[in-house]
Design a protein around this ligand. Structure first.
Ligand SMILES: [Zn+2]
Length: 250
């Protein structure tokens, strides 16, 4: 929990809420992972209180990962060598080590690299951190998009994992991305959907009035828009010099 004095701060309270939500979605304990701060951490306590040791912070000891070499906790001399801590900090080191060891007994997974930590490390190194985290959150492997994926699989037999992985790469233009997002997330109010919701009197396609207006019909297979798609396929066949048969799968 945030200290009471910070709960009314709009930026800090919103960031805190976002972080906890991200941790919840990705099944990652918000206070116990390699990149969790040692300081003001509600799980790392000495004498029942969280720590805030300025000397250590200035020296660069910030997160749990800084205390470890692989999965083994660094000795005081190793920490001294890496962070130039003074010998006077030895007593504090013993306190911190005892606290961290008790956390590890309770959360043995704390030092394992979670997909979120890996994403942060790659993002810090190569950039695009926000979009990498966003992509991780919408990854169907996390179960977020599974109902959506089964709806698509019922319509089109395709390698959907590849589509989800590439869905942000189709265009740099925002409007096209938004259109693609809406299509992939099946947000369009089709006649069939409106009929099922009791908002219109029949489920027939608005254009041809001969078949049910499902998403696939409205976007691809309605005879009234077939000429458009045939034109697109013909043009691609011409430009690429290969015959691309007309099919919704493509
Ligand atoms: Zn139609």
């Amino acid at each position: 929990r945030l200290p009471v004095s910070l709960q009314a701060h709009p930026t800090i309270s919103a960031s805190h809420w976002v972080w906890r939500e991200v941790a919840r979605i990705l099944h990652c304990h918000p206070s116990v992972h390699p990149l969790a701060s040692i300081w003001n951490n509600s799980k790392i306590l000495v004498g029942g209180r969280p720590l805030l040791w300025t000397d250590w912070i200035i020296a660069g000891v910030l997160c749990l990962r800084d205390l470890f070499e692989g999965e083994v906790m660094r000795s005081f001399s190793q920490l001294q060598e890496k962070f130039a801590l003074s010998s006077k900090q030895f007593w504090r080191f013993l306190q911190l080590r005892s606290s961290v060891q008790s956390v590890l007994r309770k959360y043995p997974e704390a030092l394992h690299s979670h997909s979120l930590s890996v994403t942060f490390q790659v993002g810090f190194r190569s950039g695009h951190l926000a979009s990498r985290v966003y992509k991780l959150l919408i990854d169907p492997g996390m179960g977020v998009c599974l109902p959506l994926q089964s709806a698509w699989e019922g319509d089109l037999n395709y390698e959907w994992q590849t589509i989800w992985n590439n869905c942000t790469k189709a265009s740099v233009e925002l409007k096209s991305r938004l259109t693609q997002f809406k299509i992939l997330h099946r947000t369009y109010r089709t006649p069939l959907r409106l009929f099922k919701a009791g908002l219109v009197s029949d489920s027939l396609c608005w254009k041809c009035r001969s078949e049910n207006g499902s998403l696939l019909h409205m976007l691809l297979s309605c005879p009234r828009i077939t000429c458009l798609w045939r034109g697109v396929f013909d043009r691609y066949s011409l430009v690429l010099g290969v015959d691309i048969p007309f099919s919704p799968d493509i």
